[in-house]
Structures are given as structure tokens and as C-alpha cells.
Design a binder for this molecule. Structure first.
Ligand SMILES: NC(=O)c1ccc[n+]([C@@H]2O[C@H](COP(=O)([O-])OP(=O)(O)OC[C@H]3O[C@@H](n4cnc5c(N)ncnc54)[C@H](O)[C@@H]3O)[C@@H](O)[C@H]2O)c1
Length: 282
């Protein structure tokens, strides 16, 4: 898809961070917006801000881990605008804790948002997008943690690896059908957002606070992650990468090319029968 003017973009987790920047970039390209977010106050503020600038934007408070809420989002988008041309399954949360200390509730929350959120988006939107037969693009936000296995981030790694493989399979399924829908998977490394404060969005209320009761190794890893996020690239750079990739029909969106070496090392670890190499940054 190269011409975005007058087309419709849906962005989950669109009230803040990378999602908000993608929505801004979509609006700058002349798109109409449908934003979904669990944070009602920030969503309303974003919608008011877009409206104040004459940008057509609607939104729905949505917990993407809930299939019925994502169905309602799709119904709203198709009813209001007729079709959706860009679906960005972006909402996500992170949790830092060694795997043996993660609770069932932690797994349910992070997998619910990061994996089921994406799956719900695909199931709720793709059938109608296909029926329309127009050009369209789906972007699923994974992470560099979908291509590498970082310490301390067991659930996050698992959820993001799953998003990468779901996206790869979707690419094949669409290509085999010669569909006009394309898919990309967004795999950023560190981006300056509030992802390290994800507990704020936990519907059941914060579980353990991010650094509560961590052993010295986990605490060191947690601080390294927080520091890396706080020194990450700006969200606008990620949004620009996304739109460049859509126009170029590029599947993998790697916002941090320096990490390609680490991906290569991981693949070589597998092929050469070595244990996983730990990237020096952590
Ligand atoms: N920031 C990074 O370094 C980084 C790196 C790689 C991937 N990512 C991914 O980018 C995506 C966006 O994260 P971000 O960095 O902008 O974080 P962020 O915390 O700034 O923004 C996340 C947005 O998602 C919303 N959200 C959270 N739970 C939700 C739910 N259940 N339903 C709907 N909305 C929900 C939040 O309210 C917020 O607006 C996530 O999928 C994240 O995993 C981030």
C-alpha cells in the first residue's frame, strides 16, 4: 500500500507510546483513525487532540485480551468507515521476572495482551478486510524479544516469539491466496516509552511491583532493561520505519539494524549446536 490518503487505520494501544506515534504518522499520511486502548483517560485525550487538529479519529476503550471487546472495536470501525486498510496490533505489556517466579496470573495477563491481543485483532478484522478485496496491510508488534531470548523476560519473550511465528504463518496464508492484504511484523529493540511501567495497565491491579523481591541478578537485569528503554530511540523513528516498510512491502521491520548480528549469532548457535549466547548489552 503506497497511497494512504482517505484510508482507515486501526491502532491498538494507540493512546500512548509507539501506538500513538504510529497513529500520528498515519494521520500525517492522510488516514482516518480508529484508536483502541485500555487507558480511557489517555485515549480520550488523544482523540481530543486529533479532533482539535481536524483529524478524523474515533476510539473505543478496549482490553485487547478480550475477544468480545476486539469484536466491538471491529464492528465500530467497519460501521463508521466501511473498511479498514491498516490494522496495527500494537498493544503490549512487559514483565520482568525469572520464569520460576512468574505466576499463573502473570502468564495470563502478558500472554492475554501480547499474544491473544494480536490473535483477537486478526480474527476480528481480517474476514471483513478480505471480503472488501481492497489493498490493505496488517502490522503486528512483536519485539527484538521475538527474535532473541533476553534474560529476565520469560513471558515477554514467549509472547513475542509467538507473535513473530503467527505473523510468518499469516504471511504464507495470505500469499498462497494471492490476497491484496500484506502483513509485517515490527521487531524493535529499545524504544523510549513507558513499557517498563506496564503494571499500570494490569486490570487486576499491579501484581508484584517490578523490582519487589528480585534476586541480585534479576534486579541487575531489570535495571539494565529500564535503562535501555529510557535511553531508547524515539517513537517517531519507529513510526517512520513502519510506514517505510508498508510502502516497500517489507515483512520484517527491524528498527535497530545493529541487532542483526545478535540474530545471526542466535541462528548459528542453533545450527552449530552451541548453547545460547548472551548479548553483551545485558
Ligand atoms: N518500548 C520498547 O522498548 C519496545 C520494544 C519492543 C517492542 N515493544 C512493543 O511495542 C508495543 C507498544 O509498547 P510501548 O513501548 O509503546 O509501551 P507503552 O506502555 O508506552 O504503550 C502501550 C500502550 O498499550 C496500552 N495497553 C496496555 N494494555 C492494554 C490492553 N490490555 N488493551 C489495550 N491497550 C493496552 C497502554 O495503555 C498504552 O497506551 C508493545 O507491544 C511492546 O511490547 C516496545
Amino acid at each position: 500500500m503506497r497511497d494512504f490518503t482517505g484510508k482507515v487505520a486501526v491502532v491498538t494501544g494507540g493512546a500512548e507510546g509507539i501506538g500513538r506515534a504510529i497513529a500520528e504518522r498515519a494521520a500525517a499520511a492522510g488516514m482516518k483513525l480508529v484508536l483502541a486502548d485500555i487507558d480511557r483517560a489517555r485515549l480520550d485525550a488523544a482523540l481530543a487532540d486529533f479532533a482539535g487538529r481536524g483529524i478524523e479519529a474515533i476510539g473505543l476503550e478496549t482490553d485487547v485480551s478480550k475477544a468480545d471487546q476486539v469484536d466491538a472495536l471491529a464492528a465500530l470501525a467497519f460501521e463508521r468507515f466501511g473498511n479498514v486498510h491498516l490494522l496495527v496490533n500494537n498493544a503490549g505489556v512487559a514483565h520482568n521476572r525469572p520464569v520460576w517466579e512468574t505466576t499463573q496470573a502473570d502468564w495470563d495477563w502478558v500472554m492475554g495482551v501480547n499474544l491473544y491481543g494480536v490473535i483477537n485483532g486478526l480474527r476480528s478484522f481480517i474476514p471483513t478486510m478480505l471480503k472488501h478485496g481492497e489493498e490493505g496491510h496488517i502490522v503486528n508488534t512483536a519485539s527484538m524479544a521475538g527474535l532473541l531470548s533476553q534474560p529476565g523476560l520469560a513471558i515477554y519473550n514467549a509472547s513475542k516469539h509467538a507473535v513473530v511465528t503467527v505473523s510468518e504463518g499469516l504471511h504464507h496464508d495470505l500469499t498462497l491466496r494471492q490476497s491484496k492484504l500484506r502483513v509485517s511484523v515490527l521487531c524493535p529493540a529499545w524504544v523510549k516509552t513507558r513499557i517498563h511501567q506496564s503494571e499500570r495497565n494490569r486490570p487486576a491491579g499491579p501484581g508484584t511491583s517490578p523490582f519487589d523481591g528480585l534476586d541480585p541478578v534479576a534486579s541487575k537485569v531489570g535495571h539494565a532493561i529500564m535503562n535501555a528503554v529510557e535511553n531508547g530511540i524515539p517513537v517517531e523513528d519507529v513510526a517512520n520505519c513502519v510506514f517505510d516498510a508498508i510502502a516497500a512491502q517489507r515483512f520484517y521491520i527491524l528498527t535497530h539494524p545493529a541487532y542483526k548480528d545478535a540474530i545471526k549469532v542466535r541462528m548459528e548457535d542453533i545450527l552449530e549446536d552451541r548453547p545460547p549466547t548472551l548479548r553483551a548489552a545485558l
